[in-house]
Design a protein around this ligand. Structure first.
Ligand code: HEC
Length: 397
């Protein structure tokens, strides 16, 4: 018996990561909505800044927000922080299992940067830590006091990080890392700023001191960033499984990342505006703009594809290409040392099996260069075009 521990670990940690991520972003979206649904009414209790009614789960909820705090702190006060911490911890563990233990397969693309495994891992860690440090510095600089210039600089920072990652890692690893860098910034915001500041406020109140307004302002600024960032992060994370996103290759990865940031941010802005109760013209532009940017992205990436050949390609040639570039991994018993069973359950060792997977092969090895993984076998553009031409001929039959 042989246990594929890496696969099992990956599956279990991914499950945990999804669950904690849903809990975190779910509570985060809920509190943003709650904040925006607060309305001032006459005769609110002293210290109450707004209130909101909602109906759910067979009853009605009446929530009131105190600014800065109620006169007397309640005995039981709920905090929301472990969702964020465990999302980061599980995400980091998943990255380690996949991209550090499987660095040669998933992280490194020798044609892009021929680095050793330790160097690649140190670079990955440096991007995670460095992204946070520079972001945090930007927020603390004078520019950090102005929302729009700060947002623009954080946007440029992330796009630059994306560009750098794309020069260093495989496409898939680069996109995932951008998601991980942003995710790290978001969790670090919770861990280093939001929660400590709130703790300080509570401690001040308990000691009868007036909490500094700066603590609340700083936490609010970071919360605002955490509000706009999750949608791009989610796409960058699942995007690892959709190689059509990397069709632009390293040269254009930064642009794809920039568009994803914009689209996610604009969609979030729609909901932020809508939930404050605004209607009419203030809601008109977000979805059309997001749709336009999305269409621009799809059209741009489609022009980056390797075009399949139009002249006929023989079965023999096509199957030789598959043999050369795919079968080391995609066989019932792979000869590649990194795999004990065919990855993604996909075997490509017979003509019939390739034709059954024709659409997927087209997407992964012709329209994008996701396969062979890390271009381990050095498949050329010409070979991709040939394989694409042959697949076209088969699909038309
Ligand atoms: C070094 C090993 C390796 C080589 C060589 C390789 N693949 Fe893959 N392939 C993988 C892995 C690993 C996955 C699963 C990726 C993931 O987890 O998303 C995969 C997934 C796929 C999928 C996606 C299946 C799905 O779930 O949709 C297709 C299609 C595919 N490979 C085709 C190819 C083709 C075509 C070639 C040759 C041109 C090739 N692969 C070469 C490792 C390899």
């Amino acid at each position: 018996m042989e246990i594929a521990w890496q696969d099992w670990a990956g599956l279990l940690i991914r499950w945990l990561h999804l669950a904690t991520g849903i809990a975190w972003i779910g509570t985060s979206f809920y509190f943003i909505w709650l904040d925006q649904s607060l309305r001032r009414r006459q005769q609110m209790a002293p210290g109450v800044d707004g209130e909101s009614w909602s109906v759910h789960g067979g009853g009605f909820y009446h929530v009131q927000k105190y600014m800065v705090a109620p006169e007397q702190l309640p005995e039981e006060l709920h905090w929301f922080k472990y969702e964020a911490y465990f999302t980061w911890l599980s995400g980091f563990a998943l990255m380690a299992v996949m991209y550090y233990f499987g660095a040669e397969t998933y992280l490194i693309d020798t044609q892009r940067a021929d680095v050793s495994v330790p160097v690649a891992i140190i670079a990955s860690l440096a991007f995670l830590a460095g992204g946070w440090l520079v972001y945090d510095l930007l927020c603390r600089l004078p520019i950090g006091r102005h929302t729009a210039p700060l947002a623009l600089s954080v946007f440029v920072l992330i796009v630059l990080i994306g560009w750098g990652l794309n020069q260093l890692f495989s496409d898939r690893a680069a996109f995932l890392h951008v998601g991980a860098v942003i995710g790290t910034i978001m969790s670090a915001n919770v861990f280093f700023i939001i929660i400590p500041n709130q703790k300080q406020v509570v401690a001040d109140l308990k000691a009868g001191r007036q909490p500094a307004a700066r603590l609340g302002q700083q936490a609010k600024q970071r919360s605002l960033h955490n509000n706009y960032l999750p949608l791009p992060v989610l796409l960058l994370m699942v995007g690892a499984h959709y190689p059509l996103l990397f069709a632009g290759q390293a040269a254009w990865g930064w642009l794809v990342i920039a568009l994803i940031l914009l689209i996610g941010g604009v969609v979030r802005h729609f909901f932020n505006t809508w939930h404050t109760g605004a209607r009419g013209s203030s809601l008109l532009w977000q979805w059309p703009l997001a749709a336009l940017l999305g269409i621009a992205l799809v059209i741009f990436l489609s022009t980056r594809h390797t075009a399949p050949l139009t002249e006929p390609v023989s079965d023999e040639r096509a199957l030789t290409l598959i043999q050369m570039h795919c079968v080391a991994c995609h066989a019932a018993t792979p000869s590649h040392s990194g795999f004990k069973s065919p990855p993604a359950g996909l075997t490509l060792d017979t003509r019939g099996s390739v034709i059954r997977a024709a659409e997927q092969v087209m997407a992964q090895a012709v329209l994008s260069k996701a396969m062979p993984l890390g271009n381990a076998t050095g498949m050329t553009d010409r070979e991709r075009a040939e394989l694409g031409g042959w697949l076209r001929q088969q699909l038309r039959l």
